[in-house]
Design a binder for this molecule. Structure first.
Ligand code: HEM
Length: 228
């Protein structure tokens, strides 16, 4: 449903509640995982890691069966479309009336990269063996001590890659704010943004679909954690 007009275009609903909740849950849990690992609160580290695992898989599943702007097929573009977008960006051109409402092709790449590294990060943690066996991942008993240590090193290395991606993510958002005067963060909070797009209003999936999906995914995570 389109609403109040503004100089930058028309205010439209872009992000559904599940996508926004998933995003801010990822941010919070990522910070909690980081803090707990650094400060040695390993029980918190494991709990926040399991929750992060669930939220990331929820977001991935929502990318296949969720609202239109959250679906991967609606925002992931091929190399040609991405290169075309980058050229337009460098020339300082604005999005036209046919521009999609959700993520741009460049943002899509960073989202795929972040979700992939988050899946790897949480998966490595599940198999990682702590040197003194104090806080090993719940699936570490299925691998040898040596393999578990390899997973622990991959878990540490991958975290640094994630930090690089998060830094790029925040730099891109700042660039859009400062250079292009586009405020992306409020849209990720209240779900609406000003757009010149003339495309029809996107489809929004019902909330119960997200609730069922989240319940199923968190039940699977709980099952896997208790496999030990
Ligand atoms: C651990 C740190 C972070 C991670 C892993 C992360 C990850 C992501 C992911 C996966 C998306 C895609 C959202 C979706 O379609 O579901 C996204 C989008 C977004 N994030 Fe973050 N994020 C982080 C921190 C932040 C912070 C601190 C902010 C705000 C200052 C922020 C603002 C945004 C915005 C505005 C978008 C939408 C961009 C667009 O309009 O295309 N993110 N982020």
């Amino acid at each position: 449903m389109r609403a109040a007009a503004s100089p930058a275009g028309v205010r439209v609903r872009v992000w559904d509640l599940p996508t926004r909740l998933a995003h801010w849950a990822i941010v919070t849990l990522f910070a909690l995982c980081w803090w707990s690992a650094e400060s040695g609160h390993m029980r918190w580290h494991l709990l926040s890691g399991y929750a992060l695992l669930g939220v990331v898989w929820f977001r991935i599943a929502w990318g296949f069966c969720g609202s239109e702007t959250s679906r991967f097929r609606n925002f992931v573009r091929g190399p040609r479309a991405t290169a075309h977008y980058v050229r337009k960006l460098l020339r300082g051109e604005r999005d036209g009336a046919a521009a999609p409402l959700g993520h741009n092709p460049l943002g899509a790449l960073s989202i795929l990269a972040m979700l992939t590294l988050l899946v790897l990060q949480t998966s490595f943690g599940m198999f990682a063996v702590d040197i003194d066996g104090y806080a090993s991942g719940p699936l570490s008993r299925w691998v040898s001590f040596h393999t578990g240590r390899v997973f622990a090193h991959l878990h540490a290395f991958n975290f640094n890659l994630l930090l690089v991606l998060v830094a790029l993510h925040l730099s891109a958002i700042t660039y859009y704010r400062v250079v292009r005067k586009e405020r992306l963060v409020p849209a990720m909070i209240h779900g609406r943004k000003d757009s010149r797009s003339m495309l029809p209003a996107p489809y929004f999936a019902p909330w119960w679909q997200a609730a069922l999906l989240a319940a199923g995914i968190f039940a699977c995570v709980a099952l896997v954690v208790h496999l030990r």
